[in-house]
Design a protein around this ligand. Structure first.
Ligand SMILES: [Zn+2]
Length: 374
């Protein structure tokens, strides 16, 4: 524990229910009620405002001479276990615009400085965003609120009227303009402190991605054309260079997020191997799907797609800062837009000996990879 200037995180309300009871917090599962007939704990809690612990102790003992040092330690531990306490530090702040992010991180962390550090880490990071379509354009807006140091955005398409239902970054008079140019202009209006670089290019090969990875801390892959092939290209590149990547995709009313930390978690090709080993119909299904060259109309609804974009950006923040555990490592985190429910798929391992991309395997050993080329 080791607090010297403990304070109750002021993101939680502290309030009396009646003479004998008080509460900290007001939301289900993050609220705790305390029985306090003597009023000692209440008086203790009210003094947890970042002043020095010995001062609090002396102050409390002046009112309640029977209170011992051990009582104070016990009470502090009790509150600490619930996550209500943080160490106050009179440190330099991050920019005002990010303070609400910091206050959110305080829910998870034990010192105010740690929460500030999370935001500072974000402000020092370099992110590569691939794709500025339904996913990427909304992710870009969320990234403006997060505030990285550098941001590289990549797309090759132009804005079309059919995009406007969900790609809210683009306006009617942007129709016909390049998405990269429009996104650059709009992003600079949202957050001018981020250095943003727009590249108009279609990603078709591993080297297309590799050449963008210099100095990048995290990649967000929001391209899915051609289906699965695009992810496979990006996966190979990020494994080669060793940069973590968050992948996201949406099909009808389901969205999925999964992340790869090269040589630590299973990669996209490990997932192909995993399905080959564990799912008897996987290859037939894959071939069947490739054969019909299924080309559905665009199925995208902004209220749904934004749920997925939010999960992708939060996951990116988790990977960059570890403010709390990521949800999509070695598993696919799925959101059901119909019910609002989410769950994690069965995990898949890293096949260090068998994977041709992140391990010692060879491509020809695995039939599935032949079908990516057809
Ligand atoms: Zn692998």
């Amino acid at each position: 524990m080791g607090y010297s200037r403990p304070r109750i995180k002021n993101i939680y309300p502290v309030y009396k229910l009646d003479k004998n009871r008080f509460r900290i917090g007001a939301q289900m599962n993050i609220t705790r009620e305390f029985e306090d007939p003597t009023g000692q704990l209440w008086d203790f809690v009210k003094r947890l405002d970042g002043r020095e612990l010995p001062l609090i102790e002396a102050d409390l003992q002046a009112i309640y001479p029977e209170v011992t040092h051990d009582d104070i330690v016990f009470a502090l531990e009790l509150l600490d276990k619930e996550g209500f306490i943080e160490e106050y530090q009179d440190v330099n702040l991050v920019e005002e615009r990010y303070m609400s992010n910091v206050n959110y991180f305080r829910r998870y962390l034990g010192s105010y400085d740690e929460s500030l550090t999370v935001q500072r880490k974000l402000n020092e990071s370099s992110i590569l965003l691939l794709g500025l379509g339904g996913g990427g354009s909304n992710i870009l807006s969320l990234l403006a609120g997060i505030g990285s140091k550098k941001l590289t955005i990549v797309d090759y398409d132009k804005v079309e009227s059919s995009n406007l239902g969900r790609q809210l970054l683009y306006k009617e008079d942007d129709i016909g303009k390049l998405k990269t140019e429009t996104a650059l202009r709009e992003f600079q209006k949202m957050n001018s402190s981020v250095s943003i670089n727009a590249i108009t290019k279609k990603i078709t090969s591993v080297s297309d991605v590799v050449e963008l990875l210099d100095g990048i801390d995290l990649v967000i892959c929001a391209i899915d054309e051609p289906p699965f092939v695009a992810q496979r290209i990006v996966n190979e590149a990020i494994v080669k260079v060793g940069v973590p990547c968050v992948f996201g995709g949406s099909q009808v009313s389901r969205g999925r997020v999964y992340s790869v930390i090269p040589k630590k978690t299973g990669c996209f090709d490990c997932l192909n191997i995993h399905y080959t080993k564990t799912s008897p119909n996987f290859i037939d299904q894959f071939i069947g799907f490739q054969k019909i060259k299924f080309d559905p109309p665009t199925i995208a609804y902004a209220p749904a797609i934004l749920q997925l974009c939010s999960a992708i950006v939060d996951e990116s923040v988790r990977l960059l800062t570890k403010y709390t555990e990521p949800m999509s490592l070695s598993t696919q985190f799925e959101i059901n837009y119909e019910t609002g429910a989410s769950f994690c798929h069965k995990p898949w391992p890293r096949y260090e000996d068998e994977c041709p991309t992140c391990g010692k395997g060879t491509v020809s050993e695995w039939e599935i990879f032949n079908h990516y080329n057809s």
